[in-house]
Design a protein around this ligand. Structure first.
Ligand code: GLC
Ligand code: CA
Length: 638
């Protein structure tokens, strides 16, 4: 991966060192432990690791309260352990993304201690933002609304109030002061010199302040960021800066500048809208936000995610939408925090494998580089009773044994208790058992990542929505040069019929991406793909009845090259006669595409009043797809 645009094709995995693997049995994950688990991450297929803050810190904000920018928290190891980790990651082709939390420090940071003791107006005091009154900047909102009543806190030593956008133990650095910016650049160079590939700049929108403003997205802040970028480019190649700005896309757009500010930025508002679309069974919220997203310079990239270490933030939706999300996804008030929801992906999906797959499929197929949150690849649960956002930061579940294989310490000593309930507990949900099971969520996720990595079209291609009449179906193409991918997503809980106008692909040869067959593919129930190659090569992997029906379809296809009947499992008897058992089966059909252009035949039961023969004339120019919940993707070569 020597491409300077490597981040555009990246699949990023967000992990918490302290929750990943404990190598010295003190109940806290550490760098040596993480290094030991790199093979797992390489096997999963991710290409970049994002680590939450691991610096010396009083840990009142789980490390986002940094007390020393140039060291490792002793619980996690030493700088040497860190260097070994970086080398081991690089040896496996994995990039390393770490946090640069420079909007604020811990109040324990020597800069702050120095500042409060120094006289007002001195260079030391000026590292932070001070005021004699707590009434200054009334236009600025409070972010941690559950815990903070003001953005000012009184410091008795300094005899002044200091400014803080987050917790009151996190004073904001004064980025209006060039000396602060210089100090930050030194920190940034320190880590890049150690081999780190990318930096996530936490809370970038709040760096500078200005009288009479909201203190967000100020021009002064952009000037600081452009300077950081210029200094990175002057000293390094292939290093990447990622912005955390929880804003609407039009407000985030300036953080890319003309390709001279950030390489990447999170796209926050996509995330709640994916969840909303699923619950509403309507593609509108998602299409709206993507169509509203301004284009960005060619060298830039969005970072998209479903869940992360924070609450599922609802800051960027309307009040009505927020209430809807709370009602649907966080009925238990304990699951709510600030303006969000502190839960993980699997419980949000009520453990429904199909919905988890649909969401992960979208994460991989929508524009941007996907970010997976550790544990979500196995469907880990959360614990909303742990306080703050620890609900989603519990130890990784490696196996069903003692402490889930995370640590050999006494269970009481673990920094957070494991998830141990009957549904999501480590006995039921863990890496080891899922590795053994070919159909597990873990193995499915691995294959999904593999498919994403087959082509650059996902990371770099344009998106176009197809907007069929059925608004429960979200269909879009991603196109890069002569290559296009079609993604069809059924947002509904029931099977849906949809007609897609694919006339612009007439003459193209479809390739089913999971099986890579160019000849044709069959999908059964929308979530199992069988191809001729699959059947030849992976006979044993198919469940018996899947194999039987696919095989039958192939035989029929080979006989006369038109398909009279197609169907799922045992609803088709061996004489090719359709025998629906339940009403639901009527629309639960399959679809085959042959090499002969775009001919697709839906398996309409005659009781629907339409026969396959009727359809064959109508579908010359378009692809008919029946899909039950799940994700279907087709790749066309022009
Ligand atoms: C960012 C982090 C969050 C932290 C906050 C304050 O938003 O993602 O975890 O609490 O900054 O440092
Ligand atoms: Ca440890």
């Amino acid at each position: 991966m020597n491409d300077p645009l490597w981040y555009k094709d990246a699949v990023i995995y967000e992990a918490h060192v302290k929750s990943f693997y404990d190598s010295n049995n003190d109940g806290i994950g550490d760098f040596n432990g993480l290094t030991q688990k790199l093979d797992y991450l390489q096997g999963l297929g991710v290409t970049c690791l994002w680590l939450l803050p691991f610096f010396p810190s009083p840990l009142k904000d789980d490390g986002y309260d940094v007390a020393d920018y140039r060291n490792i928290h002793p619980s996690y190891g030493s700088l040497e352990d860190f260097t070994v980790f970086v080398q081991a990651a690089h040896a496996r082709g994995l990039k390393v993304l770490i946090e640069l939390v420079v909007n604020h420090t811990s109040d324990q940071h020597p800069w702050f201690q120095r500042a409060r003791h120094a006289p007002a107006g001195s260079p030391e005091r000026d590292f932070y933002v001070w005021s004699d009154t707590d009434k200054k900047f009334p236009e600025t909102r409070i972010i941690f609304s559950d815990t903070e009543k003001s953005n000012w806190a009184w410091d008795p030593v300094a005899g002044q109030y200091y400014w803080h956008r987050f917790f009151s133990h996190q004073p904001d650095l004064n980025h209006n002061n060039p000396a602060v910016v210089d100090a930050v650049i030194d920190v940034l160079r320190f880590w890049l010199d150690l081999g780190v590939d990318a930096l996530r700049l936490d809370a970038v929108a709040y760096l500078c302040v200005g009288e009479g403003t909201s203190n967000e997205n100020l021009p002064e802040t952009h000037a600081v960021l452009k300077e950081l970028r210029a200094r990175v480019d002057a000293h390094f190649t292939d290093k990447v800066l990622l912005a955390e700005a929880n804003m609407q896309p039009e407000d985030v757009r300036p953080y890319f500048g003309d390709g001279d500010e950030f390489h990447m930025s999170f796209h926050f508002p996509i995330m709640p809208r994916v969840f909303m679309a699923l619950r509403l069974e309507d593609r509108k919220p998602l299409i709206d936000i993507i169509e509203r997203t301004p284009s960005i310079p060619d060298s830039c990239q969005w970072g998209i995610f479903l869940r992360n270490h924070d609450e599922l933030t609802l800051e960027m939706v309307t009040e009505i939408e927020r209430q809807y999300m709370w009602d649907e996804y966080a009925q238990d008030p304990q699951a709510r925090i600030n303006l969000g929801i502190r839960r993980r992906l699997a419980p949000l999906m009520e453990g429904d494998r199909r919905r988890i797959e649909l969401m992960s499929g979208l994460l991989m197929a929508l524009p941007g580089s996907p970010i997976l949150y550790y544990g979500d690849e196995i469907g880990m649960g959360d614990n909303v009773y742990l306080g703050d956002r620890n609900s989603v930061r519990t130890p990784m579940q490696w196996n069903g044994g003692a402490n889930a294989g995370f640590s050999a310490a006494d269970p009481e000593r673990l920094w957070l208790p494991l998830i141990s309930n009957a549904l999501y507990g480590y006995q039921a949900v863990n890496v080891e058992s899922q590795q053994r099971n070919p159909t597990s969520l873990l193995n499915w996720t691995r294959r999904l990542i593999e498919v994403r990595r087959l082509t650059r079209v996902f990371g770099r291609g344009a998106i176009e929505f197809l907007k069929p009449d059925n608004h429960r179906v979200l269909a879009f193409t991603r196109t890069l040069g002569r290559e296009s991918v079609l993604a069809v997503n059924n947002l509904a809980g029931t099977a849906q019929a949809v007609e897609l106008d694919l006339s612009r692909f007439a003459g193209a040869i479809p390739v089913e991406m999971f099986g890579a067959s160019k000849e044709f593919f069959v999908f059964l129930d929308g979530d199992i793909f069988l191809t001729r190659e699959d059947i030849k090569a992976n006979l044993l992997k198919c469940r018996e009845h899947d194999f039987a029906s696919a095989f039958r379809a192939i035989c029929e296809l080979e006989e006369d090259d038109t398909l009279r009947l197609l169907g799922n499992d045992d609803r088709w008897n061996y004489n090719g006669k359709y025998e629906p058992r339940r009403k639901k089966d009527l629309c639960d059909s399959s679809c085959i595409i042959t090499r002969r252009g775009m001919r697709a035949l839906g398996g309409w039961p005659e009781t629907n009043g339409r026969t396959a023969t009727d359809m064959s004339t109508r579908v010359e120019q378009s692809l008919k797809v029946f899909d039950s919940p799940g994700v279907a993707r087709r790749l066309f070569h022009g």
